[in-house]
Design a protein. Structure first.
Length: 265
């Protein structure tokens, strides 16, 4: 059973460490950059293209194509030709949009005017990095009850061989909340670091990472039962694992939308 402590610093659930640097929110992997850009394109999200030397002027646009082989990004042409020409003369734009409730920023360089599928468009080099402005408030999503994601924790005591498996209550790219069973006698406490934890995401894959317990509080489940909610943050999560979690979150949202659509018929 998790041990509750009245430490005000650990009382509030948090999925991001207080000493996290801004660099932790910058994606450098080209594959992951393209994953986000394709998601923005598929959602048809609007993008504000800010002129490099005049942040008060912006062109409203959207992503038309992401070409990984040619390392090319195609953006919709603006309706204001004066701003379009200013952007082309500058050759660089600061792009701001949102994806799955997360603010996204990236730079477009080598901006050019092209024709794409019979219309005017901008082309630019694929961004070498992308910033996700989540700060301390990572977007959390509840995990399914019927087919729950689980966290397998290695033995906490010496000479033990029993692994502890707990269901996830919710998950974000920065951390997760676990549901502690009443019959658990594992000495879980806020501040503990748990290495080699296996997070099993149904329909996806398994992640192995280190987690740190940042808070333990009482929670009421949908069935009315009470349990201990163990708030955890991921420690040194790899980009590959982070991308997998992001895709799992997007999949859960899509499943929720499908269920919501069917419930209206």
């Amino acid at each position: 059973m998790a041990i509750l402590r009245k430490n005000p610093e650990l009382a509030a659930p948090s999925s991001v460490s207080r000493d996290t640097n801004e660099s932790d929110y910058i994606v450098h992997s080209l594959t992951e950059v393209c994953f986000f850009l394709n998601g923005i394109m598929q959602e048809k999200s609007l993008i504000s293209l800010h002129l490099a030397r005049n942040s008060h002027s912006a062109i409203l646009s959207s992503i038309l194509a992401v070409d990984l082989q040619k390392k090319l990004l195609v953006l919709d042409y603006g309706i204001n030709e004066t701003l379009n020409q200013m952007a082309l003369k500058s050759g660089m734009l600061r792009c701001v949009t949102s994806h799955n409730r997360i603010r996204i920023e990236f730079d477009c360089n080598n901006l050019q005017h092209i024709r794409f599928e019979g219309r005017n468009a901008f082309s630019a080099d694929l961004p070498t990095s992308l910033k996700r402005l989540q700060r301390r408030n990572f977007y959390r999503i509840a995990t399914p009850v019927a087919n729950p994601a689980t966290c397998v924790i290695p033995p906490l005591r010496q000479h033990e061989e029993v692994f502890l498996t707990l269901n996830l209550l919710d998950i974000s790219r920065g951390g997760m909340a676990l549901i502690d069973r009443p019959d658990t006698d594992a000495p879980l406490e806020a501040g503990m670091t748990l290495e080699h934890c296996r997070i099993e995401l149904p329909e996806f894959d398994t992640i192995e990472t280190t987690v740190r317990i940042v808070s333990i509080s009482m929670a009421i489940l949908s069935n009315g039962n009470t349990c201990s909610r163990i708030g955890c943050e991921f420690v040194n999560l790899s980009e590959k694992s982070g991308t997998l979690i992001q895709r799992y979150i997007i999949w859960l949202e899509q499943q929720a939308r499908k269920f919501d659509t069917k419930s209206h018929f």
